[in-house]
Design a protein around this ligand. Structure first.
Ligand code: FES
Length: 377
């Protein structure tokens, strides 16, 4: 482990975003909308070095994500390297590209965990939201994951379109033998922010969905653990985003830019070094970008004197910037923020647009994630 003379703790979690390429075009993708400008991918050698540096610093978990990480044909090499160094290894995938050969190779490489995303319990909505025909392929991948003795961990991002299907999504997960089901309501970054008015649920939808989740939890017990992540727009206290800036989480994006969260690249005035020319340790401990919002010295009122600041760390810097234009402002989710009305407005506006367009998915002006759309930003 790095003996670094600082009070800053080491990162625990390395997210290796191997590529922005993806066969899916999800309208709620958290990748940056301008990803096409940053898609010159790191080569295998550099990833191997970065993984080694992260482990030496003390990181214990690694997530391979993207885009779709299976589009990298060195994925097995990277997994084997990480596992050999003692990382707990996670693959975060749409499942597209996972076949019998690759899953067997990944198993041999020591992959510990696979998280498979579904977009809905119906082919129609799954395929609409991803702008693909992938529902049946995902079902086949779910069987492969079971057949290779992985815990079945399903993830489904929730929003206005699929919240009414929560019971069916849970039934689908149970039929597939899922041990874990993560029902994560959309967080509004990247492409989801572009489509926020269309994706935002109503409070009634959320309440009903949460009731259904609780009924299932009571009925099925430990057979499948269901996580229901409430969207923060419906809260009055912010989430502890990334458990605090530069605290445990370190993402390396496909082009090598190291970031304290997925969305930080969009913040103006911050320089984030690239692993091609700076060591991960220097980036984590010494870069101005990673130090910008560490701790609480950067906070202004109402965060500075708030007795919850050590719990929520002031909320999310990226959300503060997206909604107020000032990354050092309190997260507007917080009812103490002078900008909390912007959250309420967004929810109200979405409700008005929902009543105009309910159940006519083909008429929604969703902007799907694609390279063609990305080059416009
Ligand atoms: Fe960047 Fe929350 S997503 S700090």
């Amino acid at each position: 482990m790095d003996a670094h003379s600082t009070s800053t703790p080491a990162p625990l979690w390395l997210l290796a975003e191997l590529t922005y390429r993806c066969p899916l075009h999800c309208a709620f993708c958290y990748n940056p909308v301008d990803f096409a400008q940053h898609d010159a991918e790191l080569d295998t050698e550099t990833w191997l070095r970065v993984i080694g540096e992260a482990r030496k610093m003390g990181a214990a978990q690694i997530g391979f994500s993207g885009g779709e990480p299976l589009l990298r044909d060195d994925l097995e090499t990277l997994v084997a390297h990480a596992r050999g160094l003692g990382f707990y290894t996670n693959l975060i995938t749409s499942g597209i590209g996972l076949n019998e050969t690759r899953i067997a190779d990944l198993k041999r490489a020591g992959l510990d965990h696979i998280q498979l995303s579904f977009q809905d319990s119906t082919r129609e909505l799954n395929d609409f939201l991803t702008s693909t025909r992938t529902f049946e392929r995902k079902q086949r991948v779910a069987s492969l994951i079971k057949a290779h003795d992985y815990p079945m961990v399903l993830n489904c991002v929730l929003h206005r379109y699929n919240l009414p299907h929560v019971a069916q999504i849970i039934e689908m997960a149970l039929e597939m033998g899922a041990e874990y089901l993560e029902l994560a309501n959309t967080q509004y970054y990247g492409w989801a922010m572009l489509n926020r008015a269309q994706l935002m649920p109503t409070a009634e939808q959320l309440r009903e969905a949460e009731d259904i989740v609780n009924q299932y939890r009571a009925r099925i017990g430990d057979r499948c653990r269901i996580l229901f992540v409430v969207p923060d727009y419906f809260e009055t206290r912010p989430k502890a985003c990334m458990n605090g800036w530069g605290s445990v989480f370190l993402a390396v994006s496909p082009d090598g830019t190291a970031l304290p969260c997925h969305a930080a690249r969009s913040l103006p005035g911050l320089a984030f070094p690239n692993v091609r020319d700076t060591s991960l340790s220097d980036i984590w401990y010494a870069s101005s970008g990673f130090n910008a919002y560490r701790g609480d010295a950067w906070m202004r009122e109402p965060c500075r004197t708030c007795d919850e600041r050590e719990t929520d760390h002031g909320g999310c810097r990226c959300q503060a910037y997206l909604l107020t234009g000032d990354a050092a402002a309190a997260d507007p989710v917080c009812a103490k923020s002078a900008d909390h009305g912007k959250i309420e407005q967004a929810v109200k506006f979405a409700r008005a647009s929902a009543s105009n367009t309910a159940n006519k998915t083909e008429e929604q002006p969703l902007i799907f994630r694609s390279r063609e759309n990305s080059v416009r930003f």
